[in-house]
Design a protein around this ligand. Sequence first.
Ligand SMILES: Cc1cc2nc3c(=O)[nH]c(=O)nc-3n(C[C@H](O)[C@H](O)[C@H](O)COP(=O)(O)OP(=O)(O)OC[C@H]3O[C@@H](n4cnc5c(N)ncnc54)[C@H](O)[C@@H]3O)c2cc1C
Length: 339
Amino acid sequence: MDFLHNIAIVGAGMAGLAAARVLQQAGKDVQIFDKGHRPGGRMSSRCNAHGLFDLGAQYFTVRDPGFARIIEAFEREGVVAKWPQIMARHDNGQWQIQHPEHPRYTGTPSMRALTDALSASLEISHQIRITSMTRTPSGWQLENQYGHVRSGFDHVIVAIPAPQAIELVGDIMTPPLSLHAMSSCWSTWVRFKAPLKMPPGIDTWQGAFLADSPVLRWAARNQTRPGQHEGERITLLARDDWSDRHLEMTPAQIADKMVAAFKDEYSEALPAIEACGAHRWKYAQPRERPKGAEGYLTDMSKGLSLCGDWCIDGRVEAAWQSGTRLAQALCHPDTPSPT
Ligand SMILES: Cc1cc2nc3c(=O)[nH]c(=O)nc-3n(C[C@H](O)[C@H](O)[C@H](O)COP(=O)(O)OP(=O)(O)OC[C@H]3O[C@@H](n4cnc5c(N)ncnc54)[C@H](O)[C@@H]3O)c2cc1C
């Protein structure tokens, strides 16, 4: 597709980065814009005075052979590693160790390592929020929050959560983009002053599903991630229905509630807290899997495409598949999609 040369990508999460790598390898000029300080989106990690915490994606699965090739190479380079290897579940008042069927991975020392590595050779403009897009005879014009315009793009890939994509291009796409609802998620980080005591029957755990709690669904011990050691640093993820109901509370109120829920759930007394805080993901995960889709949306007549986890499933691997499949389809429009 010779006319497709200058491509803009809105969003430097896993989907946008995956698409950019394929397009760059095919010799296209790719410019990425992201409103965040760093790439990664929902895979970003937070580093504060109390340590490093993963507050978004906790781990990822690797089933797709193409994704496996990339992850195997990064594993050899020490960018990612298998984690959690010791996973617990608290269900009906009982703690049990779970043995996952498929290995799970994380970045080393945090999820951010993977998206940093994926973006190493890419041109990304950070802290740039695209507020409007206009198609002109000489290509797309993208306007940002400062009113500055970048123009001359043959094709734009919008790789952002569905509700934000609707705001940006909902009416421009043909057919118009329909609503793909996404649930929210509150994440709380807690630094304890001493190590947690282990619950009955468990020697240690790295991540835990909390099936009994009406508030929490997951807890992770960040210091057990590969390449991390120091301090008891916990991430707590809230259930989506609870998060949706408490969306407008302050982070301080949420952190108190989620720590109290962890205290109720954990079978041992908790150590004293050094510090805690919370982060709100307004659009955390798609509520439903789209049926029969290719894994991306494209309107070639306008030179506009969309990708993201919500086109397949709310997982890191699905975001990679969505971005990769879209970029492959743009580079080789006559090849049938693998789905
Ligand atoms: C709390 C939480 C826990 C999760 N746990 C897991 C897990 O354990 N395993 C798993 O596989 N998945 C998990 N996920 C899901 C996983 O994080 C996502 O599926 C994946 O990261 C989505 O990638 P994406 O590229 O589609 O979107 P995003 O990561 O959301 O990337 C979109 C990017 O677009 C940018 N952006 C948005 N609007 C604009 C704009 N107008 N202009 C410029 N930039 C813009 C954002 O800053 C962001 O960087 C979790 C998600 C959350 C929130």
